[in-house]
Write a protein that binds this ligand. Structure first.
Ligand code: PBG
Length: 311
């Protein structure tokens, strides 16, 4: 009876599974601060895709870890870069898989910032053409959606123009529209090797204290051509998810980030929390708040848990 009157449902077709791709071969390296997650080389995607197919998770979000970094992050737009090869591999293994790619420079620049830097400053406008080049190279490789996470102003418009100009009008943009300067990204920066060498990301990521600004960021990105909006992190920002959903009534994605995952994992390892129950509660709450889709490191586990519960 309880399940018959349930107002919110969680199902695997609402989930997007992140994956970290590394240069090299035969690599499947556990990420210490994110137990259960690994960095994979492209040749190891086969096994992972089989697991995805079994779990019926149908969407993935790719992050790349290049072997060479430079001030501009030029590895990010190479046609044979790690993400570009990863997209091609995924599409050949599983053409139906929906492939999202993270578009940012922080894992590719030697200073670890999300854009061009001069005199210790991140240069918004000069970064836009670089991001457009990255997005275009992902589209050429076969990505369905590009997901700019850099938070430079105007990047959605710049990416849309360059995709349309090159005949990729059907490649969508999932905008990290509302991305807070959050301490919850700590474990991810180990996973993606993307910590800034100096300073932080507060000049372009949002102040956690702001809600009206979130609506403004979302509005601008929609005007510039975003197809899907994201709020990130998830759990500490349920009110933001609710407000963005109510205001714009567009498909909304919540990113349940590395720190949310890591804190549950750590408490569960101590026997202080029950991982499955807590994770399902968090993800259901994100859906209740207004998220249509959820990016989560628990994607494959959820698939298994839901099957268990149904059985
Ligand atoms: C890259 C990026 C970050 C995350 C997604 N894309 C890190 C950051 O902005 O520093 C965080 C994801 C997570 O914590 O799970 N800009």
């Amino acid at each position: 009876m309880r399940s018959m009157v349930r107002e919110t449902t969680l199902s695997v077709d609402r989930l997007i599974a992140p994956v970290f791709l590394m240069e090299g071969s035969g690599i499947e390296r556990p990420i210490e601060a994110m137990p259960g997650q690994v960095q994979l080389s492209v040749d190891r995607l086969d096994g992972w895709v089989e697991k995805l197919a079994r779990s019926q998770v149908r969407a993935v979000l790719l992050f790349g870890i290049p072997s060479r970094k430079d001030p501009e992050g030029s590895e990010a737009w190479r046609d044979d870069g790690v993400v570009q090869r990863g997209i091609a591999r995924l599409k050949s293994l599983s053409p139906e898989l929906v492939v999202f790619t993270d578009v940012c420079l922080c894992a590719y620049t030697d200073h670890g910032h999300c854009g061009r830097v001069r005199d210790g400053k991140i240069l918004n406008d000069e970064t836009l053409p670089l991001l457009a080049k990255v997005a275009l190279s992902h589209a050429r490789a076969g990505a369905d959606f590009v997901a700019p996470s850099d938070m430079m102003d105007g990047r959605v418009g710049a990416i849309r123009d360059s995709l349309d100009g090159e005949g990729f009008g059907d490649v969508g943009i999932l905008s990290y529209a509302v991305k807070y300067a959050s301490a919850f990204y700590g474990p991810f920066r180990e996973a993606a090797q993307s910590s800034p060498a100096f300073g932080d990301r507060r000049t372009h990521q949002m102040d956690p204290a702001n809600l009206l600004e979130a609506l403004e960021e979302a509005r601008l990105d929609l005007e510039e051509g975003a197809d899907l909006l994201m709020v990130k992190p998830g759990l500490p920002y349920l009110d933001v998810i609710r407000e963005v959903k109510r205001t714009f009534r567009r498909p909304l994605v919540a990113y349940c980030v590395s720190g949310e995952y890591a804190m549950v994992k750590a408490a569960a390892a101590k026997g202080w929390l029950e991982e499955k129950a807590v994770a399902l509660e968090i993800l259901t709450s994100l859906r209740r708040a207004g998220a249509d889709l959820i990016i989560t490191y628990w994607s494959l586990d959820v698939a298994e848990w839901l099957t268990q519960e149904a059985g």
